[in-house]
Design a protein around this ligand. Structure first.
Ligand code: ZN
Length: 500
């Protein structure tokens, strides 16, 4: 289905981390290019951010090294060579099913290798940073596609076309995961053909049936909406004209999703935004203690709230995942401070509570899907309450307006005043809970107050304007460079930290 009129596909900067990695590997594995040549060609690309290319050059070498190790490990067995054909497992139906479909095609995205005699196939699943955990359904599906798929080429809008080459189905299949960022590698499955089919029937088939069913019956708005042609006519997410307070730009670009964390990161440094929020690149450096502490406190509170326990009576934890013994003390003191302001304390049984529910809205001017993840939503006497909880080492600067310090609150005001949550706006409120080691504070904002809404618009527009207009994501080096997860690949940032 195509959107009408067609929407812009323009990408001023490549936003898919693995795109340059895949093309360089294609050049090496299918085009016969030498590694040095392929890397030289990679660095000459104009569609990618320079730091993205620096990362991709490392990633290509990491994948090749992982591949070489894997091949050496499995010697003297049959070697598998790169294959350009896509394996397609297709099911043709004699009559259209309830959804009107007559053909289903299943493919698995990754790099493909096959032994010369066709008996062994391997599919490599690439992830951006480290090897990531995959579900049994994902692994079984990749294996099943590799073991039953017919070598084909893309039909570009048409069904895949079989190439006719090497059509013999294999006897053995391996699914291998590789992390492009660190070169980590894990064999997820090493099965004979019968086992692959068994695993598919057991794990993947039910999952696929659920996916088809879900799409037919309900919506699940989120970042996937950026790729959906049906968005303008869909019931979700709700359309809020000028939500971000920025007029349609002169040069329209491909739809994007955006959160307040994205906007804040962009305001700090556009390159950091692109590398960490869009491309999701992560260096192997450990995260700061403050970030880990905040996450541990959030996780503990969410767990309590999910089972509707008021935190007042809860036993304080003496261990928290991800924290050392010394770090646990301050985090536990923050949790203790929360008990006094826990919103579930005394909340009547019939009120609704939602922990970290995703809320989305669509800004048609910027063609942007706006995503918010409140810490907690709950109803209170006919209105909704949006609660944000922040842990902090010190009090925020008194002179700075609350919504400027915490722009999540400004977006909450705009979404609630536009009725995204429902309920009576005059009975609704936004709460900011600040937790310190030695105290807490709770601030309130009213989304029905015109002055508050106006200030919220100003705060969000000031962040969204530069984000919407930015086509280059140029680094703005400064004190934020120290501890930046993308510093390793950032020329200007490395120059700055070396000089200071
Ligand atoms: Zn609580």
């Amino acid at each position: 289905m195509q959107q009408s009129p067609p929407r812009s596909r323009r990408k001023p900067v490549q936003d898919f981390s693995l795109a340059p990695v895949m093309s360089a590997l294609d050049a090496i594995e299918h085009g016969g290019a030498g590694v040095d040549d392929a890397l030289r060609q990679l660095r000459r690309r104009h569609d990618c951010h320079p730091s993205h290319l620096a990362w991709a050059a490392e990633a290509v070498q990491n994948v090749l090294a992982a591949r070489a190790e894997h091949v050496a490990h499995h010697l003297p067995g049959p070697g598998a060579l790169p294959t350009e054909d896509i394996w397609v497992a297709a099911a043709e139906l004699a009559t259209p099913d309830a959804r009107g479909a007559v053909r289903y095609e299943r493919t698995a995205w990754g790099r493909r290798y096959a032994s010369a005699d066709g008996r062994l196939r391997e599919i490599w699943l690439l992830s951006v940073n480290s090897v990531k955990d995959r579900t049994a359904a994902e692994i079984a599906e990749a294996a099943a596609v590799a073991v039953t798929g017919v070598p084909s080429v893309a039909g570009f809008g048409e069904p895949y076309r079989p190439t006719g080459a090497g059509a013999m189905l294999p006897e053995q299949v391996r699914v291998v995961a590789v992390g492009c960022g660190d070169g980590s590698r894990r064999v997820l499955a090493d099965w004979d053909a019968e086992e692959a089919v068994r695993q598919y029937t057991r794990h993947a088939k039910p999952a696929l049936a659920r996916v088809i069913d879900l799409r037919a019956n309900q919506t699940s708005p989120g970042s996937a909406c950026v790729n959906c042609e049906g968005l303008p006519s869909c019931s979700q997410p709700p359309t809020i004209p000028l939500l971000l307070g920025v007029n349609r730009p002169r040069r329209v670009r491909r739809r994007r999703s955006v959160s307040v964390s994205d906007l804040r990161t962009h305001a700090t440094c556009p390159a950091k935004y692109h590398l960490t929020r869009v491309l999701h690149l992560k260096s192997a450096e450990p995260e700061s203690a403050a970030i880990r502490r905040g996450r541990a406190v959030d996780a503990w509170l969410n767990e309590q709230h999910r089972v509707r326990h008021s935190c007042r009576a809860a036993l304080l934890p003496d261990v928290l995942p991800g924290l050392t013994t010394e770090e646990t003390g301050p985090a536990a003191r923050m949790i203790a401070e929360h008990a006094a302001v826990c919103p579930l304390d005394g909340l009547p049984e019939d009120e609704q509570v939602e922990v970290q529910p995703r809320r989305t809205a669509y800004d048609p001017e910027l063609d942007a899907v706006v995503i918010a993840d409140p810490d907690l939503l709950y109803t209170d006497a006919g209105g909704w309450v949006w609660r944000e909880t922040k842990t902090a080492a010190s009090r925020p600067w008194e002179g700075r307006p609350l919504m400027e310090s915490f722009p999540q609150l400004a977006l909450a005001v705009l979404l609630m005043s536009a009725g995204v949550l429902g309920g009576d706006p005059r009975r609704s409120r936004i709460e900011l809970e600040l937790l310190y080691e030695d105290g807490s504070a709770c601030e309130e904002l009213c989304p029905a107050d015109p002055g508050t809404v106006e200030e919220a618009r100003r705060v969000i527009a000031a962040l969204a304007g530069p984000w919407a207009a930015d086509e280059t994501c140029t680094a703005t080096p400064g004190h934020g460079c120290t501890g930046c997860e993308a510093l390793r690949w950032c020329g200007p940032g490395l120059g700055h930290t070396a000089g200071s």
